[in-house]
Write a new protein. Structure first.
Length: 471
């Protein structure tokens, strides 16, 4: 169990943390016909939208209540009611995700009460959904904001067994999935394919693989999300045979879903590496009552071979790692499985996964802490988001870009890192980073008896005769 070192600085230098509203927005973008709405100033929403557009390189639907100095002092409940009415009437989404920010939390807004007022004043939107969630900027991070939004989705959109008249295992081939916030749209797409390989139907909450995968649509402009989990599927989650929960941060949402529906759940910290994937595939085989497909067995063998091949480059490497708690645990266990050592671990905020880390210390801090600690521990490789690039360059070590945001590479949002194939590709990428930075798997042998061949006195054959004479 790692010791968590708390922040001891009055400010953040080169921040690592993404705010809770950003994480909640990411979750709401995984719902079909959804519109995330931040209750705060225009600047809060503009900054978050910039991060999303740079990361996904796509237009992102995101709205704001545009609080100003007057509403911040006098109250902003009327702004929420007006914003919900305007968005439903003009953009016509099926669901709005209403998130607080630091400003509205300091002002003391009660978003649940504001939603009740909206329902009383505008009964014409009875068939539309509003999911309110408290996500202050000044606490937590992207991971906790995502988890809070998923919990709010479960409590708002999933009917109880009594309300829906549902019973677990009514749909024996259907499984619920709560994916980790560290999973990219590419990861979620591979996760769906993996579950479908066992002839199971996944209901993923939220499903970013449909809404944030960068596909083109026929319409010139769509004001809300395209793709994502439909509300109709969410309302049938109580009929599933099981719920698969990936990531320790989603434990509260999983408990709420189980309490509301009675569907049994199975928890997995991550899907990186051989051991974690074996446990997940075994559970799918039991749920589906099907043998493991031959294609997966072959992928497993390929990962084993990759671990042997990459051990020479990655084994005993000293790694500096900066990520959200769930992602930190996933990378740590993958690196340890190949023989690498995590010498520096920095997280933006606390999370339940930190208690499971196998090394001595993890720090809650910023990228200045990461850089200084990595230098002191002589790190040879850095793993983190695009904000880590300058620090890695100053230290003269390679950087594997993962997490959010990834704004200086193309297609980072679609990179697959889970599963047997994703773990294999990740190991290859780490090994190639080491090789391209003059880290060879085997140092070339140079004999102490070697003699340099050179011209002497203008005689081009002198070196050859000298080497021949030496035997």
């Amino acid at each position: 169990m790692a010791k968590v070192i708390r922040r001891n600085k009055p400010l953040a230098v080169n921040p690592l943390k993404n705010s809770q509203p950003v994480g909640a927005t990411l979750a709401f973008l995984g719902l079909a016909r959804a519109m995330p709405l931040m209750h705060g100033s225009q600047g809060c929403t503009a900054f978050a939208k910039t991060q999303f557009v740079r990361h996904f390189r796509e237009p992102i639907p995101l709205q704001t209540t545009a609080m100003d100095q007057v509403s911040a002092v006098m109250g902003a409940d009327a702004s929420i009611v007006e914003a919900l009415d305007t968005i439903f009437s003009k953009n016509k989404p099926q669901v709005i995700g209403l998130m607080t920010t630091g400003l509205s939390e300091c002002q003391g807004t009660d978003v649940q009460m504001a939603v009740r007022e909206f329902r009383q004043q505008h009964p014409q939107y009875a068939d539309r959904y509003v999911v309110p969630v408290n996500t202050p900027d000044f606490s937590g991070s992207l991971e906790s904001g995502f988890a809070a939004a998923v919990l709010a989705m479960v409590e708002t959109l999933v009917p109880t067994a009594e309300e829906a008249g549902s019973r677990p295992n009514t749909r024996r081939r259907q499984v619920n999935v709560l994916p980790s916030p560290s999973m990219s749209p590419g990861d979620v797409e591979v996760l769906k394919e993996l579950i479908e390989a066992f002839e199971l139907r996944p209901v993923i909450l939220p499903d970013t693989s449909d809404s944030l995968d960068g596909h083109l649509v026929d319409q010139d402009f769509v004001p809300h999300t395209v793709g994502g989990t439909p509300i109709s599927d969410i309302q049938l989650m109580g009929d599933s045979c099981a719920t698969l929960v990936i990531g320790a941060a989603l434990q509260p949402a999983a408990e709420a879903l189980k309490q509301r529906t009675g569907v049994p759940d199975y928890h997995f910290d991550h899907l990186y590496g051989l051991e974690a994937m074996d446990a997940f595939v075994h559970r799918l085989s039991l749920l589906a009552e099907r043998p493991v497909p031959p294609a997966l067995e072959r992928q497993r063998a390929q990962l084993q071979d990759a671990m042997v091949d990459c051990h020479f480059m990655i084994g005993q490497a000293r790694v500096a790692l900066a990520a959200e708690p769930d992602h930190l645990l996933a990378f740590t266990e993958l690196l340890h499985s190949i023989g690498a050592e995590v010498v520096t671990a920095v997280a933006p905020a606390s999370g339940p996964a930190l208690a499971k880390l196998p090394f001595a210390e993890v720090k809650l801090g910023d990228l200045e802490d990461l850089e200084q600690w990595a230098q002191a521990e002589r790190a040879e490789l850095m793993i983190g988001n695009s904000h880590c690039a300058q620090g890695a360059e100053r230290l003269g070590i390679p950087l594997l870009r993962v997490g959010f945001p990834l704004y200086d590479i193309v297609g980072g949002y679609q990179r697959v890192t889970i599963g047997y194939r994703g773990s294999r590709a990740l190991l290859f990428e780490l090994a190639n980073l080491r090789l391209t930075h003059n880290t060879h798997e085997i140092e070339p042998y140079r004999s102490i008896y070697g003699q340099k061949l050179e011209y002497r006195n203008g005689d081009p054959d002198h070196g050859l005769r000298a080497a021949t004479a030496c035997g």
